[in-house]
Design a protein around this ligand. Sequence first.
Ligand SMILES: C[S@@+](CC[C@H](N)C(=O)[O-])C[C@H]1O[C@@H](n2cnc3c(N)ncnc32)[C@H](O)[C@@H]1O
Length: 338
Amino acid sequence: MCIDSQFAADQDKVNRRCLEDELRDPSNFVEYLLPRPLRLLLTGFGSASCLVATVISATRFLSELKYQTGDNDASTVVINLLGFIGFGALFFLDRQAATDRVARREKVRKAQVAIGDREVYTNADGERMSRLKEVNSDWIIRRLERWGRRDALPFIGPKKGALLQQLVREQRPRLAVEVGTLCGYSTLLIAQAMPPDAQLISLECDWKWALVAKRFVYQATTGDKKSKPKDQRIAKVDVWWADALQALPSRFSGKGRIDLLFLDGLPSQYLAYLRAAEPLLAPGALVVADNAGIFAQGGLMEYLEYVRSSGKYSSRYLESTLEWRDDTADGLEVSKLL
Ligand SMILES: C[S@@+](CC[C@H](N)C(=O)[O-])C[C@H]1O[C@@H](n2cnc3c(N)ncnc32)[C@H](O)[C@@H]1O
């Protein structure tokens, strides 16, 4: 890693670290074979020797002109001059590229610090350094949050997500099931809040999203180094590529009872998900339904009527706002099996 130049103790150290960067990530074949210091040495030496040769050949040419010896040939002077200009240009372009690269890296590092992917620390020599944070579930959640906000993806979002995590912490489920994984954002939030030795099964019917989520879950639990032990803070997560309406009645035998069910698939199917899951629910199980505000008068009407008035649940509405939109009300319907 290259130190943020504003924190550099002295220029030597900055140069050394930039050299390390240069050696670590050459961008093409020439850079790979000839690291920048060697290239600068060659082009600098080439340029200086061509300059000397230009001066010598020009002096000789001028004296031959003066004494009219008849040997006056300007081609040597021109060749040396072109050599000087060519090597000199390579030397300055290479130096400029290095400067641009240092400035670009600095900009990237500052942006990474600002979004929380990089941390600034003081090393044993008292220098202020920066390093990328470890890839773990927090890191993946932050990244998904940026992606979700930018592309307005229908994740639960940080506000309702915090409510969901609080509910999970209070419930302490041994087995939780989520309907509708998408990229695994809410999956990771739930898994973080569960006891670490518990299990979360998340169901996603679209194979592309199931693959995306599997990748993020893998990264969140394994991080960026295969040798590293798994993140011990979060529950075991399984993403199943499956339609919840088929998987709930058929694939849960032997899995134990569901202590927490999170519904975030198609609003018009929430009641069908719940009915399919009811035989699997543990006594006192918690059923949490997302988007119980915005779809209250639409797709969730039947579902809300059922959990509020069937007598099987004690149900309440937790008010919040729609993901990425503080000006639009939405919330979670939280129903406890009686
Ligand atoms: C609103 S998104 C889920 C967002 C996710 N829970 C989060 O907060 O990050 C809904 C997802 O449910 C999936 N889905 C819809 N119907 C489903 C079903 N019957 N079974 C499983 N997944 C379903 C969709 O493919 C979509 O990816």
